[in-house]
Design a protein around this ligand. Structure first.
Ligand code: ADP
Length: 517
């Protein structure tokens, strides 16, 4: 079967061979196993159901939440000579009926539908009369409440198989599944670990850096100025920051565009098109920009502020270097980003999601403080274990000597415990620094034996060190209304002298001001 699949790949798509992971996933699907495919955006998930659809008799259903992408996919398939169609809210009743008629006649190899359609019983009955060998569930993380993009309409998807007397094979696909979400998808769709394929999360042509304590405006001006010929995207957390950076670059004579939800449709489309056509070299944008955009020659993605979770970060940063050429992914971190993101998370309509969003935010903050290989941190986050260091991120090339910070860590841990594990980073730092402020006195923390035991550091450096201890999993943050810090089992081992804490020399905190717009 896989040989036939390879022939179809060559015949319809013009590619000589499958990529890493595609072949195994397709073989699993063709063997009739319900399968989960986890690959990063651009990894080549579509072929994992499109090729089986061509191999199998009947019509493969593709459930996809992204109406705009459905049309692109169908256009592309049709251009390759494959009979495909979609049904979503953009079609009139008559148009949808015409598509269903074609499907009933067995004329379609692939039929894309939006998940909401499955809420309509009559529509499901029509589907039940089609010959459906395979159902592809795209963006499968939407099924999980633990995902960053849960869609209630996806909940029905796990019952769809029951429409047919002979159950179709299921292939679920996603780019953004943490181990927790993966487990959830597997449980809901009854997919076994053995039929889960996770591949290709590392992007060897990307060089990751996290920079702290930079004057961010200055950094961007210098970077863009030094790379005038290169296409780049600068992501900001707020519209206000987009406007600020856009104006700075415009004044500098850079061919720059902007993109955020506050602009009119026409202006956004116009900016986007100019960027795609290389008329604009730099795009400054919020996370509204980028979905479905396939510009391959983006040489850098700079995050002016830390995004809210690793899924968003990797998706956005991953828009660099789609052509495989060396590209930079730079995150400019300031501790004020945490407040910005907490504020944005707190605006959420669905209050029940806040604790999860806060956990994800903490994992993002940990990325900014880890001293491990950044590429490894990312692949591990997405469940792909790898021991090979990328050798070029700014953690790997950091050759400052590691120093033993066990005693300092013990002081922090001990202080956290003595304060009752009920307070946040700022107050803990102040107590350790020996600050005299009102709150410290009010709680009587100036009488603790740990008061001022790190006074050789300032409160800001201590706060960074606490973040490092969190990234090292010696401390953890609760998800209540106010983030409070408590000690973990690993932290206990450090406190008892069973474990060492090594850190590269504390990063130089520069004196330049780091004002946010
Ligand atoms: P995803 O859905 O995972 O984001 P796509 O399926 O859109 O990714 O694939 C990304 C790009 O990679 C597309 O341009 C696709 O044609 C190309 N591609 C996928 N598989 C192969 C392959 N085996 N050989 C060459 N190019 C491939």
């Amino acid at each position: 079967m896989i040989q036939k699949a390879t022939e179809l790949l060559q015949q319809y798509f013009g590619y000589p061979s499958f990529r890493e992971g595609q072949q195994q996933a397709i073989a699993s699907v063709l063997a009739g196993n319900d399968t989960l495919v986890i690959m990063p955006t651009g990894g080549g998930k579509s072929l994992c159901y499109q090729v089986p659809a061509l191999t199998l008799p009947g019509t493969t259903l593709v459930i996809s939440p992204l109406i705009s992408l459905m049309k692109d996919q169908v256009d592309m398939l049709q251009a390759s000579g494959i009979n495909a169609a979609f049904i979503n809210s953009s079609l009139s009743y008559e148009e949808a009926e015409a598509v269903l008629y074609k499907a009933r006649m067995g004329e379609l190899k692939l039929l894309y539908i939006a998940p909401e359609r499955l809420e309509n019983e009559a529509f499901c009955m029509t589907l039940a009369h089609l010959q459906v060998p395979l159902i592809a569930i795209d963006e499968a993380h939407c099924i999980s409440q633990w995902g960053h993009d849960f869609r209630p309409s996806y909940r029905i998807v796990n019952r769809i198989k029951d429409l047919w007397t002979v159950s179709p094979t299921i292939v679920a696909l996603t780019a953004t599944a943490t181990p927790h979400v993966r487990q959830d998808i597997c449980n809901l769709l009854d997919i076994t670990e053995e039929h889960t394929f996770i591949t290709g999360f590392s992007r060897p042509n990307l060089t990751f850096s996290v920079l702290r304590g930079e004057n961010r405006d200055q950094y961007i001006m210098n970077y863009v100025g030094n790379n005038k010929q290169d296409a780049g995207i600068i992501y900001c957390a707020t519209r206000k920051a987009v406007e600020h950076i856009y104006t700075l670059l415009l004044k500098k004579g850079i061919k720059v565009g902007k993109y955020h939800g506050g602009l009119g449709d026409e202006e956004r489309t116009n900016m986007q098109q100019k960027f795609l056509d290389d008329e604009l070299v730099v795009m400054v944008a919020t996370n509204a920009f980028g979905m479905g955009i396939n510009k391959t020659n983006v040489r850098y993605v700079i995050h002016y502020q830390m995004p809210r979770n690793m899924e968003s970060y990797y998706q956005e940063a991953g828009r660099a270097g789609r052509d495989g050429l060396p590209s930079d992914c730079i995150l400019l971190y300031s501790s004020s980003d945490e407040q910005t993101q907490r504020f944005l998370i707190d605006q959420a309509q669905d209050r029940t999601r806040i604790p999860l969003e806060l956990t994800k935010l903490q994992e993002m903050i940990d990325y900014c403080h880890t001293e491990d290989c950044l590429q490894n941190y990312i692949t591990r986050y997405f469940g792909e274990e790898t021991m090979v260091l990328c050798g070029k991120c700014n953690r790997c090339i950091d050759d400052r000597p590691q120093i033993d910070m066990t005693v300092e860590a013990q002081k922090v841990l001990s202080c956290v415990v003595r304060m009752g594990q009920k307070f946040g980073k700022v107050l803990i730092s102040q107590v350790l620094a020996g600050s005299n402020n009102k709150k410290v006195q009010e709680f009587g923390f100036n009488k603790l034996p740990t008061y001022g035991v790190l006074k050789e550091m300032n409160a800001k450096e201590i706060a960074h060190f606490i973040e490092f201890c969190i990234a090292e999993k010696l401390l953890a943050v609760s998800n209540g209304q106010f983030p409070t810090i408590f000690m973990t089992e690993q932290g206990k081992e450090v406190l008892m002298g069973k474990r060492k804490v090594l850190r590269r020399s504390a990063p130089v905190v520069k004196a330049i001001s780091d004002e946010d717009p």
